[in-house]
Design a protein around this ligand. Structure first.
Ligand code: 4AD
Ligand code: MG
Length: 463
């Protein structure tokens, strides 16, 4: 039985009963009177379990000797109310099996606080800590809430390819896919067209499933894709990963306002669902990681988001009297310091900015009549900044091809995308939510490397 199930039994008020549990030992305390206390954890919940082992247990002496922090054990026994402080229930062992020992000299996770920097070096063991166990459970609950949100609204979950030949965001930050023979390369030493060998065309890891999702939105209706995406941007920040997960809904017949309505209700619903699904883990984050987390989340869930054109945001920033590191003028891509000023100091709430300058946004966004802006929207939240990027899509063939030329894109490369505008084109919209940025918001963790199991960043793909 998992420890989370046991915690539930206890809550339901039925403690005294036989159970079998298995997990990893956090601490061992030996007593002179032939018994020992083990604190066991199996990662199913924050709760550990105190296990009492005495010399009536077969093999008692050898087992206790073999057990150190990190050892794995299986214990059968009876749950009883605990007279001691700190726990209401304990397990009185009748049988104890040591499954795997952990050399106390070398086991890196001792019973003390380790820094997140240190734990990043042992990404294979950090899920055994309270913080990383809680992050794994919250990440799981968030993914379930995301699927639930879309499934309950009749959206189709579609799978878009990881390997692609189109550059959705047009930022030139794609990882290339190749079957390059390194030995051959070393011999030849001449220029090789290596990106093109397998597919006959330059192929890359996808930066977004949006373009493919648009094809399904233009045929089966509301849909979403949810998977890993890749960016070769060489930015070493606490908010960027080279491999991150993105949820991308795409809806026919939606204009920008409908898109904003969906994005706002999506964020508020999934945050509320995670709070309901993981109350203990969320308490832990609020207590140990960031003291304003629950307040911030409730504030987001309970209040409408602010909606503001980019141009007005620029005016607010310019009038703020703040000394920004990166000066504000119309046309700049807002930096995280600007996004945080708007959400943390000025509005103290999430903000949806829309109608961005076309010069800083990708080719597929619908052009506004003013000739200067596009129907883009970014959702900004306190502490994190941009969490969603989206837009109404350009559905007019002539405007889109002109825009592609302006962005230096070859229309032949996007013939299938343009077909959607040739045959039964409809207004449509969509957005992408960064899963890890949402986890930063939920957990209060400061570094995006700590909310994905195995972070991929420049010079870092160890595990
Ligand atoms: O704003 P982005 O680049 O938008 C798109 O890719 C659109 N094609 C999405 C769509 O309309 N279907 O990225 C969307 C979100 C960002 O707001 C951010 O939360 C996250 O993806 N994101 C990253 N997260 C971690 N590391 C990175 N390098 C990220 N780049 C974007
Ligand atoms: Mg963006």
């Amino acid at each position: 039985m998992t420890l989370s199930k046991i915690a539930k039994l206890i809550k339901d008020g039925q403690p005294e009963q036989p159970v079998e549990v298995a997990g990893w030992v956090r601490t061992k305390r030996e007593s002179k009177q032939a018994f020992a206390f083990l604190e066991l954890n199996d990662g199913s919940s924050m709760a550990g379990l105190q296990v009492i082992v005495d010399d009536s247990v077969p093999g008692f002496a050898e087992s206790i000797k073999a057990i150190t922090t990190g050892a794995s054990v299986r214990v059968a026994g009876v749950l009883k109310e605990s007279p001691g402080k700190g726990q209401s229930i304990e397990l009185h062992a009748a049988e104890l099996a040591v499954l795997g020992t952990a050399d106390a000299q070398n086991y890196p996770l001792q019973k003390k606080r380790h820094s997140f920097e240190f734990l990043r070096e042992i990404a294979h063991l950090r899920p055994r800590t309270n913080t990383f166990g809680a992050i794994a459970r919250v990440r799981n609950a968030l993914c379930a809430a995301i699927h639930n949100f879309f499934q309950s609204r009749g959206f189709l979950y579609i799978h878009t390819p990881v390997i692609t030949t189109s550059d959705c965001e047009g930022a030139g930050t794609m990882f290339q896919v190749t079957t390059l023979d390194l030995a051959k390369l070393a011999q030849v030493k001449t220029e090789i067209d290596y990106g093109q060998d397998f597919f006959g065309k330059q192929a890359s890891l996808t930066v977004s499933g949006q373009l493919e999702a648009e094809t399904f939105a233009s045929s089966v209706g509301d849909c979403y894709t949810f998977g890993p995406t890749f960016r070769a941007e060489n930015s070493n920040t606490t908010r960027h990963l080279a491999e991150f997960w993105m949820v991308e809904p795409e809806m026919p017949f939606y204009e920008l306002n409908d898109n904003m309505d969906l994005a706002e209700s999506f964020i508020r619903t999934v945050l509320a669902d995670v709070l309901a699904a993981c109350p203990e883990d969320m308490e832990f984050f609020n207590l140990r990681i960031e003291k304003t987390i629950l307040e911030t989340l409730h504030n987001i869930i309970d209040n409408d988001f602010i909606r503001l054109p980019y141009t007005e945001a620029v005016e607010i920033l310019q009038a703020s009297g703040q000394e920004f590191e990166y000066p504000v003028s119309w046309g700049i891509d807002l930096q995280s310091e600007h996004e945080r000023f708007l959400t943390e100091q000025h509005f103290k709430q999430p903000v949806i900015l829309y109608d961005y300058p076309r010069s800083i946004k990708p080719f597929y966004m619908r052009c506004n009549e003013d000739g200067k802006t596009v129907r883009a929207m970014d959702v900004l939240v306190p502490r994190v900044g941009e969490i969603i990027g989206g837009s109404q899509r350009e559905e007019r063939l002539d405007v889109l091809t002109d825009r592609m030329a302006e962005c230096g894109l070859e229309t032949e490369d996007y013939w299938w995308y343009l077909d959607l505008r040739r045959y039964g084109s409809v207004p449509h919209s969509g957005f992408g939510l960064g899963l890890e940025r949402t986890l930063l918001l939920l957990t209060g963790m400061a570094n995006i490397r700590d909310v994905i199991p195995f972070p991929r960043t420049p010079k870092n793909a160890e595990f």
